[in-house]
Write a protein that binds this ligand. Structure first.
Ligand code: GLN
Length: 528
């Protein structure tokens, strides 16, 4: 028997050989790090810090070499490196996935329609040509393209996080006694409340001001802002976010509509008692004026995709139930009055902001941060929306793509081999349990009823052994091989005899006979 250690060594040997193409018995640390980067594990990944500080990587990258023994040690000690090099992360073939993203990026960049927000000069002055995409998977694989290092203000994309903070502190019941959870069907700053006199949901201005009124009420406004700031820093994997004071001052100066909304809510007793209106509004403008870049914000989106745990730092920032609530509302209300259409076409939770920011979440897979300042008439980034559309046209990321078995979309999540193996297992399992509906569904997906598992056991072997008469009839009608041998040399007929399924035995005998006589006829006709 081979032990798991031997297996591990065998695996690291073959990985090393793959990197040591010229058989020099050593590789440069550059080769090693480039290979990791191709799989999305970057050098500034906090999980790589310890390894990169170790002796091996202190020498200049292109001169330092790594021997096979050192390589084996690294793999033994660093599960992330091993998983990445052996392509066992959530997007196994990250390199080819990123090529698609690049492709979609360049296609989308051609779109120059829409115009930048101009209600404040700081947004009106932004270069409209800028465009950035950054991706972070739930395993922390990252990729960026375009202006991913340019800061922009969060604007409405701060709303989901403020909602999460309020939920964490006060719970669902209390929060939703002050804010609804229905899409408003109107623009983000419409002077409208629901029938109870509450904001429709936390993803539009009125609801976002309500979240602000709820966060950390017992503390000073400075401490409350610190809390939001700290949360963003943690979401961005400890990269500091900044604050744009001129955006804040401008927001405050052009705030008539937001003040009108706040007074309307106060008139309806929507706020918690003793809410200071001006302070709450200023707090809201400050949150909108936090700045960051897609490069860092992708980790925030990935934290939501990863149920509240930051994939790069491992920090639990929100409870999974909080994130579930937040994503539900991002799906139904995150794209202003385009939310219904977005949920229909894209089928993923997202949140946009008037700076052209867009945060897209693919639960359990990845978060994507998109930024392009030109907006459509609803206030969503034109390229942001187009990128999302193109993304789900190409990949099976729409939440209901799993229902359409015939989809030609790419599923980048799993290795092809794994997908095939799991379908074989499903078919064999269904045959042994007599689940004919499932067998028909799998056949419609293109799985052959003639396949066999690792032991050479076919659906016919299993259906026969378990006495599943209807399944056996169906498989015969599908002209499967009636006498396949498993690894022990047994045929379905032998299984039928062994497990005393007389009726099935008779059926198989007849089928084999008629099959042979058909064959004889064919042979005769050839010989004549
Ligand atoms: N600061 C903006 C406002 O309150 C944010 C709105 C938005 O991004 N849609 O009007």
């Amino acid at each position: 028997m081979i032990s798991t250690t031997q297996l591990d060594e065998h695996a690291s040997d073959s990985l090393f050989k793959m990197l040591d193409a010229e058989n020099k018995k050593s590789i440069t640390s550059n080769t090693f790090l480039n290979q990791l980067a191709e799989n999305g594990i970057l050098e500034d990944d906090p999980r790589m810090r310890e390894l990169l500080h170790s002796f091996t990587f202190k020498v200049p990258k292109d001169t330092k070499t790594i021997t096979q023994a050192e390589f084996n040690d690294i793999l033994k000690q660093n599960a992330l490196v091993k998983k990445s090099l052996s392509k066992n992360l959530v997007i196994p073939d990250f390199e080819s996935f990123c090529k698609h993203i690049e492709d979609i990026f360049f296609e989308t960049r051609k779109n120059k329609t829409g115009k930048v927000a101009d209600y404040i000069p700081q947004l009106a002055r932004v270069n409209p040509e800028q465009f950035a995409i950054s991706i972070c998977t739930v395993d922390g694989q990252r990729f960026s393209i375009g202006d991913s290092n340019v800061d922009f203000c969060l604007q409405s994309s701060c709303k989901p996080i403020n909602y999460c903070l309020a939920l964490e502190e006060l719970g669902e019941q209390k929060v939703h006694s002050h804010v609804g959870r229905e899409p408003s069907g109107q623009s983000f700053n419409e002077l409208a409340l629901n029938l109870k006199g509450l904001p429709h949901n936390p993803m539009i201005n009125a609801g976002a001001m309500m979240s602000c009124s709820l966060i950390d009420r017992k503390n000073s406004i400075a401490d409350r802002f610190d809390k939001v700031n700290r949360t963003w820093k943690a979401l961005c994997a400890e990269k500091a976010v900044s604050f744009n004071n001129s955006v804040y001052l401008s927001e405050r100066q052009t705030a008539d509509r937001n003040f009108a909304l706040a007074y309307f809510m106060r008139e309806k007793n929507a706020f918690p008692e003793k809410t200071n209106l001006t302070e709450t509004l200023e707090f809201y403008f400050q949150c909108c004026s936090i700045e960051s870049k897609t490069y860092d914000l992708a980790a925030a989106a990935a934290t939501l995709a990863n149920a509240g745990t930051n994939p790069l730092t491992g920090e639990v920032i929100f409870k999974s139930s909080t994130v579930q609530n937040c994503l539900s509302l991002m799906l139904s209300c995150g794209m202003y009055d385009f939310s219904g259409e977005f949920a229909f076409k894209i089928g993923l939770p997202a949140k946009s902001g008037v700076s052209g920011a867009l945060m897209l979440v693919i639960p359990n897979v990845m978060g994507i941060s998109i930024w392009s300042p030109r907006l459509d008439e609803i206030g969503n980034s034109v390229r942001g929306v187009e990128f999302c559309k193109r993304l789900v046209e190409r990949f099976s990321f729409h939440q209901y793509d799993s229902l359409t078995g015939h989809s030609t979309k790419i599923n980048p999540r799993k290795k092809e081999k794994e997908v095939k193996a799991s379908k074989v297992m499903e078919l064999i399992w269904s045959a042994s349990h007599g689940d004919l509906d499932e067998i028909l569904r799998l056949e419609a997906e293109g799985v052959s009823p003639d396949i066999a598992d690792y032991d050479g056991r076919t659906p016919l072997h299993l259906a026969t052994s378990e006495g599943q008469l209807e399944v056996v009839k169906h498989l015969i009608s599908k002209n499967v091989n009636l006498s396949p041998k498993d690894r022990w040399g047994n045929t379905p007929m032998e299984d039928a005899i062994k497990f005393k399924h007389k009726e099935i035995q008779k059926l198989l005998e007849q089928a084999i006979k008629s099959c042979n006589s058909k064959k004889d006829k064919v042979i005769e006709s050839i010989l004549i």
